[in-house]
Design a protein around this ligand. Structure first.
Ligand SMILES: [Zn+2]
Ligand SMILES: [Zn+2]
Length: 152
């Protein structure tokens, strides 16, 4: 297998509202964290956690909207709720790992585009860790998680 690719179990995921869901069959995947400015802007986060798989291994329920963010890649998202879902080329799709349902199959092996990496990430692990208080509840409008191996 090529560098960074390793065998991963089947996975599933989708957008917040449930209009777009996907399943990934078990097989080789390559997971990275990308700090580039395009990923920062596309996700609204400070990096993109990307799990790359061959497009043929992904099945979709619902149709993602797409926008060509460059001449080499297209980014997919839910047109209804706005969740960023992937970055793709002709052959592979790099799923946004935050959209994966548990158990999380995302195991990054390297960070890329580190010239744009936010410096405060170096100290992230040293920040206080605050759990959500017991009994704290909001009424979520999010769709249930897509069960891995179950029906979409
Ligand atoms: Zn959605
Ligand atoms: Zn990037």
């Amino acid at each position: 297998m090529q560098r960074g690719w390793r065998e991963e179990p089947a996975a599933a995921g989708g957008c917040q509202c449930g209009a777009v869901r996907y399943r990934v069959a078990a097989g080789p995947a390559k997971s990275v964290v990308c700090h580039c400015r395009m990923c920062q802007r596309a996700t609204g986060g400070v990096f993109a956690p990307l799990m790359e798989v061959p497009r043929a291994r992904v099945t979709w329920d619902g149709t993602p909207a797409e926008w060509a963010s460059s001449d080499v890649a297209t980014r997919g998202f839910c047109a209804r709720c706005g969740t960023p879902l992937y970055y793709r080329s002709d052959d592979t799709v790099e799923l946004m790992a935050g959209t994966l349902a548990p158990p999380f199959a995302f195991r990054p092996f390297e960070q890329i585009a580190v010239e744009s990496r936010h410096g405060w990430l170096d100290g992230l692990d040293a920040l206080p860790r605050i759990a959500t208080p017991a009994g704290y509840a909001v009424r979520s409008n999010q769709a249930p998680e897509t069960p891995v191996g179950g029906a979409a």
